[in-house]
Write a protein that binds this ligand. Structure first.
Ligand code: PLP
Length: 409
């Protein structure tokens, strides 16, 4: 069991003094990472079961991605989009093909991809659908998490994300998640799109019934409005498929990817969409200095190689079954509910045992890094290439921590 050293206390104190307090990190100070493991400044090792909110789907410093990045560092790192470069076309073509869509808008962070999609569907509404100027409306789901910009928090219903950040961007209607009928009723003549996460990660890994997304697709088609699916956390292997849309056999009009697309090395996100929709953007209307830069594109291409090889997806599916079984066995022993899809789990801990934060602190002291979402709910999203032994370690330590909490109660 690890204890905080004076060195790590000093490092945490320094951060506390000089960094904005927009996060409340766990008390570990990491200095190295390899595969599924990270090491702190005192040499203690931890199994990383957060994987940077699924940005590290391939683990820390995966050799193939480090090799691609290192090679590209010796060639060309940034051009801006003022010029073409030799990797952007091949990257975009392969990414679009992989998810069954046509065109790509490369950005950097997830929130930027979401913002970009909002602009695209609004422009499509005015230019293609003939929605009156400034009247476009987008239907979103309750309990969503799509990022932290002003427009995105404008349609969040999480007071922590929203309070004191108004005035808010208009043009959004929030309906209950997993209620396709509510979406149907919310759509009116000014609706241009529906925006959804296929699994709500931040909300606690909320997995809708398999038919839900297909039903929403049908409703949007019937009304002639666009479907934007935010796969920033769920995509690129997390659910055991290339995307959750692919697993469910649903093709959206726009798909948002991010996090793991940059292999945990570079921020790289993308709006991938149908040609008729993406083509509404004209030169000068949208952009990003770093979006689609050569270094990110080189890493992105290597990420696509890893995904196309398929072993990582097979591992996520196989170990996901075990994760689900092993965690479900803890129900009644400190756990009240478990939701899983692929190698991704939301675990509700009995609130009488402690807050999610307290459970995560104790897990860290037992060599496992995880993060609470809300209340006593933990999200587990380990690297998709973890070994069965590493999964065994996670479950054993989790069990141990629950037993300690139950004894202390
Ligand atoms: N969309 C979803 C579904 C997310 O989970 C996140 C981040 O957690 C984002 C968007 C925002 O991504 P970023 O933090 O890269 O801006």
């Amino acid at each position: 069991m690890t204890v905080q050293s004076p060195k790590s206390v000093a490092a945490i104190d320094l951060e506390d003094q000089v960094l904005a307090h927009n996060y409340a990190p766990l008390g570990v100070v990491l200095a190295q990472g390899q595969g599924s493991w990270v090491t702190d400044i005192d040499g203690n090792r931890y199994l990383d079961c957060l994987a940077a909110y699924s940005a590290l789907n391939f683990g820390h410093r995966p050799p193939a991605l480090i090799a691609a990045a290192t090679d590209q560092l010796g060639r060309l790192t940034l051009t801006s989009r003022a010029f073409h470069h030799n990797l952007l076309g091949p990257f975009a073509a392969r990414l679009a093909a992989l998810v069954g869509l046509d065109m790509v808008l490369p950005m950097n962070t997830g929130a930027e991809a979401v913002e970009s999609a909002l602009k695209i569907v609004r422009a499509w509404g005015y230019r293609v659908r003939g929605v009156p100027a400034d009247q476009a409306n987008i239907v979103v789901a309750g309990n969503n998490f799509h990022g932290r910009t002003i427009s995105i928090v404008s349609f969040s219903d999480d007071p922590q994300a929203r309070a004191d950040f108004g005035p808010y961007t208009p043009g959004f209607t929030v309906v209950d998640y997993v209620d396709a009928n509510a979406i149907n009723q919310a759509i009116n003549q000014n609706t241009v799109a529906v925006l959804l996460e296929p699994v709500q990660g931040e909300a606690g890994v909320i997995v809708p019934p398999d038919g839900y997304l297909g039903e929403v697709r049908q409703i949007t088609e019937e009304h002639g409005v666009l479907l934007i699916v935010d796969e920033i956390q769920s995509g690129l292997g997390r659910t055991g498929a290339i995307t959750e849309c692919a697993r469910l056999g649903v093709t959206p009009d726009l798909m948002l990817l991010g996090k793991a697309l940059g292999g945990g090395i570079m921020p790289l996100s993308a709006v991938v969409g149908r040609r008729e929709v993406m083509e509404v953007l004209r030169p000068g209307e949208h952009g990003s200095t770093f979006g689609g830069n050569p270094l990110a594109a080189a890493i992105g291409l290597a990420v696509l190689d890893l995904l196309e090889q398929g072993e990582i997806l097979a591992n996520a599916r196989e170990l996901g079954v075990r994760l689900s079984q092993d965690l479900s066995a803890l129900i009644g022993h400190g756990v009240t509910a478990v939701r899983t899809v692929g190698l991704w789990a939301g675990v509700d801990v009995d609130p009488s045992l402690g807050t999610g934060r307290e459970v995560c602190e104790l897990l860290a002291r037992h060599g496992v890094l995880a993060k609470e979402t809300h209340g006593a709910t933990l999200r587990l999203a380990p690297p998709l290439n973890m070994t069965p032994e590493e999964l065994g370690f996670l479950v054993t330590q989790f069990h141990k921590v629950l037993s300690i909490l139950q004894t202390d109660r």
